[in-house]
Ligand binder design. Structure first.
Ligand code: GLN
Length: 605
């Protein structure tokens, strides 16, 4: 029986008969050979920047006009990343469709400059849930459900489903963890099976490895890399390309050793040494010719659009040229949260500020401040040297009163302020308490029995409580108030789409009181009384903005988020009050900043 006929037969039988060992789930519409696969595996150790490497390689392939769909496969049993502690795992990245994912998905969205969805992320939890559901529905036709072929089959089905749904030229697979980890072993076995089933020129395996350079020796050592690569081969996979992470360029002799021990031709063993910025990685890979090797291995040269590639390269080059320009100005921006000892917990904020730094040509010095240590007496000491303050998103009462003090400090001292999600809610609580005189104002998240719940769970959501899934998640439209400062920042757009991840909202019965006292809600949900943006008039404060959304999640290198950009511009204006803003690149929001009143000096006690 020829291969295609066999596959068709298996597909028609639901791929799970008693009399064959093949279990090759092809989702409806799957055409073998149309979509190719690039698989990135990590060896030796984690923390090598696998996500940055993978997304950079995916980007330079996409730049060629190829449709590239990334998928990150995580070994953990959680269904998604929603319940993971940012302190251990970095921030939870929310996709437009509401999927809560690993922060690497953020790296892909930013590098590829496109929105991803749930199909681009899977975990062992998702894989096993689907298998157990299938089992309960009798879909394994009486067979005992086994790690091989059924669990690995589910992995293959997931990858092929993505190929069908995305109609992509390349499904770009990043396997989480390191080869040799117990929990990702079956993903690697699934890749081996996939390569076997899809045949020649269909699957390109890229192994990322690490060349050590111990200080005491002062030379590059390849043994750990060899052992890591041997483990890949022991799993039955022959890598096609090897990328060697190393602090310095990997010398020829070491590349030769790696090549010889791993059966990979020398031209496919690449040095991936440290560079000054992650944004330089795509060009480094392109210059080394990694993209060409992938195209050759997958037989994809015919599908390349040279014109698109040239254009994408020029655009990116302009961005990295700007990135590398020496920066004359510097501003200090405080990010006041509770996970400040770990940058990854606020990765998107870090990135959004970086995008603004390139755009404005101003260096941004981020000061991470732990609000558990802040109170009314010491807030000035912590914040007086800062030109802007961000209170980021968060959950739980720890550090909350410190955040409220930060808001108060920013409001009273005219320090540019951006409140994100919880930072928006804290701005409402602060304003209610200190401007409207509602002393008992709080959020029911921190004090369920508070007398003045200015932030509360909306009635419709209360009904859902206890059933789970009561978080407002994902991309939602925000209707902007015409003429507001925020709508000007968005070029007078009537609405914007931003991403949300929250449970609590402004309690509607307080809106009129807050607005009468001078707080403007300049963005709200289309059909519900959900307040999503707030601001103070530029007549009373240079930049006081809050949003229930997480605008940092949709900020991109080439398109910084407007609320962050507004904040950075206001910070520059504060730090360099005499200088005219026209020196700053891109002047769309300058009007707003110019309208700011003169800055009162903060008394230094
Ligand atoms: N804890 C708040 C809520 O659930 C804010 C959430 C957040 O900042 N992401 O509404």
């Amino acid at each position: 029986m020829n291969d295609d006929v066999q596959q068709e037969l298996l597909a028609s039988l639901g791929n799970a008969t008693q009399d064959t060992e093949f279990y090759t789930p092809f989702p409806p519409g799957y055409v073998k050979g149309r979509t190719k696969y690039v698989v990135v595996l990590g060896t030796v150790m984690s923390g090598l920047g696998k996500g940055i490497f993978s997304s950079s390689l995916a980007k330079i392939l996409k730049d060629k006009g190829l449709r590239v769909s990334p998928i990150k496969m995580e070994g953990y049993l959680n269904i998604d990343s929603g319940t993971l502690n940012p302190y251990r795992h970095g921030e939870v990245f929310v996709l437009d469709d509401g999927m809560e994912t690993d922060m690497d998905l953020g790296t892909y969205e930013r590098m590829l400059d496109e929105n991803l969805s749930g199909g681009n992320f899977t975990t062992s939890g998702q894989i096993f849930t689907r298998i157990l559901e299938r089992e309960r529905h009798g879909q394994y036709l009486g067979r005992d459900v086994q790690m091989i072929p059924h669990v690995t089959g589910e992995v293959k089905r997931t990858l092929r489903q993505l190929a069908v749904d995305s109609k992509s030229d390349i499904v770009f697979v990043e396997v989480g963890g390191t080869v040799g980890d117990y929990e990702n072993g079956y993903f690697i076995e699934a890749i081996r099976e996939l390569a076997y089933e899809e045949g020649e020129q269909a699957v390109c395996v890229v192994a990322l490895t690490y060349i050590m350079e111990p200080q005491s020796l002062g030379e590059q050592k390849s043994k750990a890399a060899q052992l890591g690569l041997r483990q890949v081969m022991q799993a039955g996979l022959q890598p096609h390309i090897i990328a060697c992470r190393c602090p310095t360029p990997v010398i020829e002799k070491v590349r030769e050793k790696i090549s010889m021990f791993s059966n990979v031709p020398l031209r496919r063993v690449f040095s991936m040494h440290d560079v000054a910025s992650i944004y330089l990685v795509p060009e480094m890979l392109r210059e080394a010719g990694m993209d060409r090797e992938v195209l050759t291995l997958l037989g994809l040269h015919d599908r390349v659009n040279q014109r698109l590639e040239d254009r994408a390269r020029r655009t990116w080059q302009a961005f990295i040229d700007k990135l590398q320009l020496p920066k004359e100005k510097t501003v200090t921006i405080a990010v006041t949260g509770k996970y400040t000892s770990l940058r990854d917990a606020y990765a998107s904020i870090d990135k959004a500020l970086e995008h603004c730094s390139v755009y404005t040509g101003c260096h941004i010095n981020i000061r991470w401040i732990d609000t558990t240590e802040i109170n009314a007496r010491n807030v000035m000491d912590h914040l007086r040297a800062c030109h802007a303050i961000i209170v980021p998103g968060g959950f739980g009462v720890r550090g909350a009163e410190g955040k409220i003090e930060c808001v108060r400090f920013a409001r009273e001292n005219h320090v540019p302020y951006l409140g994100i999600c919880l930072g928006f809610q804290m701005a409402v609580v602060e304003f209610a308490r200190n401007v409207c005189g509602i002393a008992g104002a709080n959020t029911t998240e921190f004090d369920p029995n508070c007398s003045e719940p200015v932030i509360d769970v909306l009635p419709e959501q209360k009904k859902l409580e206890g059933l789970g899934g009561n978080m407002r998640l994902g991309g939602k439209d925000v209707i902007l108030k015409a003429g507001s400062n925020i709508s000007r920042l968005y070029d007078n757009a009537a609405s914007v789409r931003l991403r949300f991840r929250h449970r609590y909202e402004v309690e509607p019965r307080y809106i009129a009181t807050l607005e009468k006292a001078g707080l403007t809600f300049s963005g709200h949900a289309p059909n519900q009384p959900i307040m999503q943006m707030l601001e103070l008039s530029t007549a009373v404060h240079p930049y006081f903005v809050g949003t229930q959304a997480h605008p940092c999640l949709t900020s991109r290198p080439l398109r910084p988020d407007p609320l962050f950009l507004g904040l950075v511009r206001a910070a520059i204006e504060r730090a360099y009050p005499q200088q005219v803003l026209s020196a700053i690149a891109g002047e769309a929001a300058a009007e707003q900043v110019k309208a700011s009143p003169p800055q009162p000096q903060i008394a230094v006690s």
